[in-house]
Design a protein around this ligand. Sequence first.
Ligand code: 13P
Length: 274
Amino acid sequence: MRRKLVVGNWKLNGNLAKNQSLISALVSKLKAEHAADYAVCVPFTYLFQAQALLAGTNISWGAQNASQFESGAYTSSISASMIAEFGCQYVIIGHSERRTLSNESNQKAARRVARVVESGLIPIYCVGETLEEHNAGTSKNVVKNQIIAITHGLEDDVFARAKEIGIVIAYEPVWAIGSGQAATPSQAQDMHLFIRGLIAKVDKDFAEKIKIIYGGSMTPHNAAALLSMADVDGGLIGRCALSADDFSKICIVAGKVSQVSLTNMADNGKKALI
Ligand code: 13P
């Protein structure tokens, strides 16, 4: 069974004082929770602070992007190996806000994924269709191309390393991000299953293990329904990650959903919900 993972994406938010109180509140609210994995992805400037406040807790931390280059004359870029120096575990790559703001292609995102994997960190690779693509009925085609960029675009040795370290896929329909209108649980499940099927074409075992998390207006109200879907292995949370109350509630729900499915497995001896 795949363990649920809930990741907060702080985006361009925070300052030293606010981060301190948000992180302290999260640490205290989640300290007794061990049934799922939790992480926050903070702006680069606060990686040091995240490390100082989160080391030794059950909450991991990470960054929101990494350069496709390792070093050199690339003013303002930050490499994956620099990020790794701050004890991080995760790096978000290919978020739709980055794809839009920097015109980032699937190929460039795949190169960034490669650098992250080479630095020993876990990429959270974001995929998802825009509203226009959704309305045009091309969502699966768009997502397929985004997935193929990593299943077929990475060098064999990098892909092998990615399987070892783990990659997280985040399905984030662009129309659901920050809109208050999340995908329905069945829409999310349908796309997650489709993504797992694409990965299974390359490696069946890896497809069973890989975490595919959902992002886009996940809240404490809709988290249980979304996280109960068999192929929804967690959440990537934007707005609600800025509230210790909301974020911790989602984290706790993720743990509960996992425990329910474990109990079902034990009690019924049949295929679990999750
Ligand atoms: P919201 O939760 O604010 O919709 O943002 C989702 C997201 O973009 C996480 O990366």
